[in-house]
Design a protein around this ligand. Sequence first.
Ligand code: BDR
Ligand code: CA
Length: 298
Amino acid sequence: MEPLPVIFDCDPGKDDSLALFVALALPHVIDVLGITTVAGNVPVEHSSHNARRIVEAAGRHDIPVYPGCARPLLRHAVTAVDVHGTDGMGGSGLPDAEHPVEDFHAVEALAGFLEEASTPLTIAAIGPLTNIALLISLRPDLVPAIGQLVVMGGARKGGNVTRNAEFNIFADPHAARIVLAGKVPATIVPLDVTRRILPPQEWFDAMEGYGEPGRAVAAMWRESPVALHDVTVTGLLAWPELYSLEACSVDVVWNDTGTLGRTVFSGEDGPLSVVKRVDQRRLADRVVEAMETYVASP
Ligand code: BDR
Ligand code: CA
């Protein structure tokens, strides 16, 4: 089978970095065409810089990085520097990037990839959905070229940034409402699935031996652990047999301050899919196996 062509739209971000390191370690399964960045966990200058540090540490100098939207569509920017550190990859020890930043805006780059694609592309969206909302608003003609959009975001119950909302959706609820309206074939990996995936201590001990990417991951998680949210998207692309899904519709609350960013799931015959369950243990094992690829790197 040919590897799946994928663009990652992200806001690295500790867990974004693991999602990217794992994807970049599996070129026979996932063909990362490019990385687009967005403001989210940190301002977009930092998320772009981190994406460049990540491809460099992974030895993948062939991957272009395109900086995207610096603020949400309508609301003021919120960050998660308390979780990810002020530079977004707190404690990683990765050097500043020499990898260039591309001259094209992320939204233009996404449109360009979709225009040129000979087969439908997958977009893995692991940050706020600002770039994706602009893409589908500006270029609805390109929606059929999106084979699937896999989104880490939302929650069937609860939240992590407020009692009602998950960070990626809360950070740009208006964009999320546009993207998850049902016109784009999206699969959602919600917080109530990802927040349970907290790796054990041995996991980090193993990471220490896996080159610069492994050491960076171990150091970041030792500084302050986060759940394996975003790598759950990479996992769904690489190992779908570990996941069970159901059809759904999603309504995103955008006009009520108290519940802003809440995702209301309904409809067993809706146009979207949501992950119900993931085999956490096997996912954590596969992530470690993928990272082992970096064992021979500096
Ligand atoms: C999501 O929010 C961010 O802080 C993480 O990178 C992840 O994408 C989890 O709610
Ligand atoms: Ca993220």
